[in-house]
Design a protein around this ligand. Sequence first.
Ligand code: OGA
Ligand code: NI
Length: 261
Amino acid sequence: MKAAMAAFFELPLMEKKKFAMGANDLEGYGQAYVVSEEQKLDWCDLVALKTLPLEQRNLNFWPLNLPGFKEAVEEYSIEVQKVAEEINANLSILMGMERDGLKRYQGELKQLMRMNYYPPCSSPDLVVGVSPHSDGGSLTVLLQDDDIIGLQIKHKGEWIPVKPIPNALVVNIGDAIEIMSNGVYKSIEHRAITNEKKARISAAAFAYVDDELEIGPLDSMVDDPHRPPMYKKIKYIYYIRQVLARKMDGKAHTDLVKIQT
Ligand code: OGA
Ligand code: NI
């Protein structure tokens, strides 16, 4: 998977542009979190592909003439989805349900694979690799470089580096699980910074629910009046549209659906 991603980003720009992301597209080669004409772009190139379910792949965005790319991405996406499903099963138990609790509620999770390429930057203090955000889906499983630190999480107002553990994956709780868990599991604010000398590549596999699903705090996580629902119910598509239309700017995206008390 790492070799396949590196090979893609090494393609000449003209080749990569054949897969260019259109305005309002989630898929293709382009930049993250573009919400206005005026903003400074992140110091990052990416290619995002809908990877699961297999029938929702849009092969026009896939570099099919790059040897081994499709095979690697397909195999990795299927395996990493099993990791996400296993974590969901365990989270279900922690949330007071059976192992299949989240699966029953969320249905079969979809997957968007975002492959990020952070070029080296001679003035890393002047740019940000990926702007602060939380991941909007259910769970994100991130494959990152074993020896380059780039990812940071916001903890008590400070940016804390997530040091890579060799051969380990990083798992983020996404906004949807924060909402379903009634705020018990927080979708962490994070960003990535760049590096002066070395390029860094990562793959974020976002597992997310169907657009039409209404998400809200799960019954097992609500106990009125001790633990009243803290989030409104909302159709996932409406939620994610609002999230993608704005930068985080110090406010959590999940604030959009918090019930004010
Ligand atoms: C993302 C993300 C961090 C990284 O793609 O959502 O947070 O380390 N990436 O690349
Ligand atoms: Ni992220």
